[in-house]
Write a protein that binds this ligand. Sequence first.
Ligand SMILES: [Zn+2]
Length: 259
Amino acid sequence: MILWFRRHTLAAHLLVIALVVLLYLRWPAVAILVIVLYVAVLGIASMNMATNLFVDTLRHVHPGSGTEGEPGGQIALSFDDSPTEGTAQVLAILKAHNVKATFFIVGAHAAARPALLQQIVREGHAIGNHSYSHAHTLPFNRPATILSDLQQCSQTITAIAGVTPRMYRPPFGVVNPAIGQAVRASQLPCVGWSLRSFDTASSHPQRLLARITSRLTPGAIVLLHDYPAVTPQILPELLQEIKRRNFTCVLLSPETLRP
Ligand SMILES: [Zn+2]
């Protein structure tokens, strides 16, 4: 069903329109309900990569030796939109705790702060592609434009840091048929997360820390950003808690990622 929808998205839209027209002739209220439901399903799937409706998304790492509710196992920390004005501080904290993370790089940010991207790579962290522009309008573009933006990001990273990203995380976590087509054409795995910290919307360090630590389970991929002021405030405590619970932070890669 999902594969059919991906291949024939236009046909699916046309089928629903035809159904709505037929229903409208006899049961107008039902026709409107079908439209509302269809748009709602597409909207939810666009905002929630876990539905896999438009593209297969990898949102965990291998859980490792721990099991749910027991100590130990593997998790992964990921930082989006880097490099930013907050990257250096986050790198220093990670270094002090001897923890490696994965940074999803925005090409335009890397072009503006090339030394920080080089530092991320030099210090042993993994990198992924997070688009060149990170534009709010990107999801509304044609697949070819989205693919070209993705490729520009990879080329920029390679030129600056000498490494080529092997994963893509769509900006804002938004997916749709055009983004799905572009990601499949890039042949890069699409990476999501299992634990969204909402650090960009948080101004309460203890609440943010509690949100993350209460949801940490083996195999989790944590979504963070390095530019909110609150993130470096909680990071040392978060890393201590991760160590106390015997979790190992692994780098994201096509080899470590799981659905
Ligand atoms: Zn982002």
